[in-house]
Design a protein around this ligand. Sequence first.
Ligand SMILES: CC(C)(COP(=O)(O)OP(=O)(O)OC[C@H]1O[C@@H](n2cnc3c(N)ncnc32)[C@H](O)[C@@H]1OP(=O)(O)O)[C@@H](O)C(=O)NCCC(=O)NCCS
Length: 175
Amino acid sequence: MSGLILVQPSLASAEKIAEYRAEFPAERMQVTCDPDRIPGLDCLETYEHIPDWLRFCESMKGKISWYMTVRESDGKIVGFLCLRHQLEYDDDDPEFCSHIGYSIRPSERGKGYAKEQLRLGLEKAKAAGLKKVRLICRDVNIGSIKTILAIGGVYIDTIHGEESGLNVNRYDIFL
Ligand SMILES: CC(C)(COP(=O)(O)OP(=O)(O)OC[C@H]1O[C@@H](n2cnc3c(N)ncnc32)[C@H](O)[C@@H]1OP(=O)(O)O)[C@@H](O)C(=O)NCCC(=O)NCCS
């Protein structure tokens, strides 16, 4: 029993989501080519107010699913995971698309939560009908690489983004 569950974000959690966002300012630009995006909280960067972002999430039902990873013992949001039901709902460039994005809030890292969160996310992907999940991460993001490998990720290759200047590792997980 991990004590973590995935819960769809709702208005009742707006304040907690804002607190989660507030933990991220310094390090965002290290992990994705979009410096403002918090992995797992995709598109929140374009909304100032959480309720507006929640309305957007609702409008994407069936295409993209967002999950808060909640610790059952105290109800704290420890992570966020975003499941794209098709790769085309991610980046414009299909080479750089992934099905799942995720983060663990800085104050809760190093406890194995990312591994458990990804495992739970794969269950959601399977339930959504996916047979194979593509994951990507920067080649310098050791924590994410280890998370993906620990949950069965198979390394495919490393590609270079001309525009971003970043090297990105690609992995597949078969469900
Ligand atoms: C990457 C991230 C999700 C890891 O979260 P976490 O809860 O600390 O990870 P876990 O505790 O589950 O650890 C997973 C593995 O990575 C290792 N690890 C985690 N952070 C690490 C780091 N900074 N350096 C080296 N190894 C690290 C752990 O030791 C563990 O390895 P093990 O299975 O061999 O024991 C978290 O650092 C994060 O949110 N980063 C910013 C967002 C991000 O990078 N998202 C992914 C984008 S592709």
